[in-house]
Design a protein around this ligand. Structure first.
Ligand code: MRU
Length: 371
């Protein structure tokens, strides 16, 4: 197993990764998880070096690492870090790591990749317990599982990029909302993967980047990633989408997802629903790109998806500066649900899926989770 398996191996995205596992030296050395602090980008490139799982959990809560697949990867690596911090006595070891799993499950509610990754780590730990594995073996196996989650996400995102490329042609004006790039995943991104791969293939797209109030994932992160890759892009405020679709500058929309219900309803960053309605009015396709780990077949529809409510202060202030009267009431749902009827296609690592999404998603998930 290479040392830093979560570092993107392709030249296009090399140079930054959302979260990286570091295993220095021999078994006695304590590993760390390095997180690129996304609250400080684009002007400050700063790393959080976590020696404890609690630091990783805090990085997820405070959105130093964010984006559905990256949250899952960070939690998996955090659980592996907990295994290294846990006592050597086997029953205390399992209790300690389970406490960490339980805490990670409270960090953010909407992105299902978090719960998917924690479940995978728990299944791995129960199998080890059933086989009465010693703590040295447990640490090694749990660490390998976390690295597999990261590597598999990188491969899934690359496959999403390959499938998604077929939906775009040279000269397309493409709108994206929030950040669904390498920063939000193991590498490549979901919504940005077809854009990165089109660029690499010489297919020139023009990307319109919604700034994505209030956390500005578009302005701070997507704009940064696209500029780093040398991709033609323009930043717009969230309320400009209708104008640019009306003028014909934007003809296609691609976004990521935090959770996709069994019927194809899509939870993604607040504002996605509005973009999808505007796109429908203008006859523009809306593509949703996500790995199958984002599909939650246990929820029949998007009405059941828990929506994270964040601190209203993120609405009433801008980077610490008040922008509303003192004492103003505000609300901050971090996600909304776009009904499946507004989604043209869902791109997963398995392929491009069209309505009816129910059977398409069920078979995509079955093909990746057999056994
Ligand atoms: O609150 P965030 O920044 O974690 O929200 C992220 C998004 O909404 C992304 O679009 C989604 O997670 C897809 S990331 C590949």
């Amino acid at each position: 197993m290479p040392e830093d398996t979560s570092v993107p191996s392709d030249g296009l995205t090399a140079g930054y990764a959302a979260v990286v596992w570091n295993s220095p030296g021999g078994p006695a050395d304590h590993p760390t998880v390095t997180i690129l602090d996304q609250t400080r980008l684009p002007h400050v490139v700063d790393l959080v070096v976590a020696r404890s799982w609690k630091t990783v959990a805090s990085a997820i809560r405070t959105m130093q690492v964010r984006g559905a697949p990256a949250i899952g990867i960070a939690a998996a690596m955090g659980v592996a870090l907990a295994a290294h911090e846990a006592p050597d006595d086997t029953s205390q070891f399992h209790a300690f790591v389970e406490d960490a799993c339980a805490d990670f499950a409270t960090t953010r509610p909407t992105a299902v990749n978090l719960f998917w990754a924690i479940d995978r780590m728990r299944r791995c730990l129960s199998a080890l317990r059933a086989h009465r594995a010693g703590t040295v073996e447990c640490r090694r196996v749990v660490e390998a599982e976390a690295l597999s989650i990261s590597c598999e996400d990188e491969a899934s995102c690359h496959a999403i990029g390959t499938h998604g490329m077929s939906l775009f042609s040279a000269g397309d004006g493409v709108l994206t909302h929030c950040n669904a790039g390498a920063l939000a995943t193991g590498a490549w991104g979901t919504a940005l993967a077809p854009i990165f791969l089109s660029h690499r293939a010489g297919v020139g797209l023009h990307v319109f980047v919604d700034e994505t109030r209030p956390f500005l994932q578009g302005a701070r992160l997507t704009a940064w990633e696209l500029m780093e890759a040398g991709i033609d892009c323009t930043l717009i405020t969230d309320n400009m989408a209708a104008h640019f679709m009306g003028s014909g500058a934007i003809q296609k929309v691609i976004v990521g997802a935090d959770r996709i219900a069994a019927n194809g309803d899509v939870a993604n960053k607040i504002g996605t629903y509005g973009v999808a309605i505007i796109a429908r009015e203008h006859g523009n396709p809306v593509y949703v790109a996500a790995p199958t780990s984002t599909v939650d077949l246990s929820l029949a529809s998007g009405r059941e998806i828990p929506i994270e409510m964040r601190d209203p202060a993120e609405v009433t202030t801008f980077r610490g500066q008040p922008v509303a009267p003192t004492g103003m009431h505000a609300l901050h749902p971090a996600f909304d649900v776009t009904p499946a009827k507004y989604v043209t296609a869902i791109i997963t690592e398995v392929g491009v899926h069209y309505p009816p999404f129910g059977p398409a998603l069920a078979s995509a998930v079955a093909s990746t989770r057999s056994g």
